[in-house]
Design a protein around this ligand. Structure first.
Ligand SMILES: Cc1cc2nc3c(=O)[nH]c(=O)nc-3n(C[C@H](O)[C@H](O)[C@H](O)COP(=O)(O)OP(=O)(O)OC[C@H]3O[C@@H](n4cnc5c(N)ncnc54)[C@H](O)[C@@H]3O)c2cc1C
Ligand code: SF4
Length: 331
């Protein structure tokens, strides 16, 4: 590992100055540092300064998670454990609390932050191994396309087939979340604009400009919302496929639905076809519910080893919908 300085600037302005000034040529922000340290250990990043952000407080930050009227606010530095245990989120946006509570292990959740979770890099094993110079690292080949792609994307046009690794991002995509920024030309952007597909830029997954710092996230209540993940083993693994669903109900009938899938595409994957098909479905009519959820795989194009996700995704969607409505989900 190369030597680097560790900085703890006093505020966001000083952080921005370090990111954009001439003193350092390869500055790197850190929240909890879980993913940053992984990259340093694997020799993938060689920063000359690592800048801690966890002590930075944006104006109006009163607690890791707070609520003002109909706006819920999550600070960039809120830990995943704080998000998972938040009474505000458990009551007003349970899909967010449950998605984050299902991620990783208690140790990781105690350290990982909201901003770091949204901006963590993909888990593709070729990307993570410094021996493989794949497209994402400036090489000429996607090794996963013809190689080991069991955990990769079933949606998207390539040429990189990562799945976005964040559990938090898809839950925020169905709760009208906005990411607030310091240091750039804009003050915020909707979460649905935070990410881009690999055809729009293969070296990065997000649309932040150099020098932009995430300060906090705001979202709208979605009290009838749920999350369901299918994992290879029920411990600290990343999910194979998961879904977040937010509903408006009229008795047991779905008046409107918003569904976003995770672990199936390079970005959180909204499912407007499922949203439309769920409208008017009676939750007690399981045949109709399954038919609507089957639309989740429309447009999917699995790789050589991941067609199993075609079976899994509609199951995750249906169970997320049932969880949202407080219905029993079979084990
Ligand atoms: C065994 C294991 C299992 C895991 N399983 C899951 C899982 O199932 N689901 C899941 O979602 N995650 C999972 N993770 C990943 C883990 O949740 C992330 O590594 C963690 O959330 C990253 O948060 P952090 O604060 O440590 O980020 P950091 O490592 O500090 O930062 C990550 C990235 O965000 C940038 N960054 C950090 N803060 C800011 C900011 N304020 N503004 C701009 N950029 C910023 C950093 O520069 C870096 O690029 C797992 C990790 C492990 C080790
Ligand atoms: S999926 Fe993306 S990160 Fe993985 S090998 Fe292909 S180009 Fe690299």
């Amino acid at each position: 590992m190369n030597p680097f300085s560790l900085a703890r600037p006093k505020d966001h302005a000083a952080t921005h100055a370090l990111l954009t000034g001439r003193r350092f040529s390869l500055p790197l922000l850190k929240g909890g540092g879980m993913d940053v340290v992984d990259h340093l250990k694997e020799g993938l990043w060689k920063p000359d300064v690592v800048i801690d952000t966890r002590h930075l407080r944006a104006p109006g930050a009163s607690a890791p998670i707070s609520k003002d009227g109909q706006t819920i606010r999550i600070e960039a530095w809120a830990t995943m454990s704080e998000i998972a245990a938040s009474d505000i989120l458990l009551k007003d946006a349970p899909c967010v609390a449950h998605a984050v509570g299902s991620a990783a292990s208690p140790q990781v959740r105690n350290v990982g932050t909201a901003a770091g979770n949204l901006l963590q890099r993909p888990r593709c094993w070729y990307y993570r191994n410094e021996q493989f110079q794949c497209l994402k690292k400036g090489g000429g080949t996607c090794f996963a396309f013809e190689g080991e792609n069991k955990f990769h994307a079933i949606f998207g046009e390539g040429p990189c087939y990562i799945v976005h690794p964040s559990n938090l991002a898809p839950a925020l995509c169905i709760t009208d979340a906005v990411v607030h920024l310091h240091g750039g030309k804009r003050a915020s952007l909707p979460i649905t604009d935070l990410y881009h597909t690999p055809d729009k830029g293969i070296r990065t997954e997000h649309n932040l400009e150099p020098g932009e710092i995430v300060t906090h996230i705001t979202l709208s209540p979605a009290p009838v919302s749920g999350f369901y993940a299918i994992k290879e083993k029920q411990s600290f693994d990343w999910p194979l496929a998961f879904a977040c669903a937010a509903l408006q109900l009229d008795g047991s009938t779905i008046r409107s639905a918003r569904v976003c899938a995770g672990a199936v595409a390079p970005v959180p994957w909204l499912l407007p076809g499922v949203d439309a098909a769920l409208k008017g479905v009676d939750l007690d009519d399981d045949k109709a519910l399954r038919a609507a959820c089957a639309k989740a795989t429309e447009g999917a194009r699995p790789l050589s080893q991941n067609a199993y996700k075609l079976t899994m995704l509609p199951v995750a969607v249906r169970r997320a919908v049932l969880m949202a409505a407080g219905k029993k989900v079979e084990a």
